[in-house]
Design a protein around this ligand. Structure first.
Ligand SMILES: [Zn+2]
Length: 106
């Protein structure tokens, strides 16, 4: 996936289009991500230690990774990510806009 934890992303499709948030978690198998403050869903929960009352809690729900674009920390534009394999075999992510290298992953 081209999106990794702690990236800032811009939502480009769906109900939350135009909103931004930080990636809390990625699920590569399902190509879904959890973004802070985006796509709240209501869940019914039983009383627990954390939430003694139980009832309805709002929690972020996952969204498909294809519905977001990474915001480049260097040029602050929502950008498509290019991948390049370095000579040492490591894969880096490159901003298509300013061609800066983003955080290394995978
Ligand atoms: Zn950039």
């Amino acid at each position: 996936m081209n999106v990794i934890k702690n990236d800032n992303v811009l939502v480009i499709a769906g109900n939350e289009k135009g909103r931004q948030g930080r990636v809390l978690k990625t699920y590569p198998k399902t190509q879904r991500i959890l973004v802070e403050g985006i796509n709240f869903i209501k869940r019914h929960s039983r009383p627990s230690q954390q939430n003694p009352q139980g009832g309805i809690v709002e929690k972020e729900g996952t969204i498909n990774v294809s519905n977001v674009m990474v915001i480049c920390p260097k040029c602050s534009n929502a950008t498509r990510i290019k991948r390049r394999i370095l000579e040492n075999g490591k894969s880096v992510r490159i901003c298509r806009n300013c061609l800066e290298m983003l955080t290394v992953s995978g």
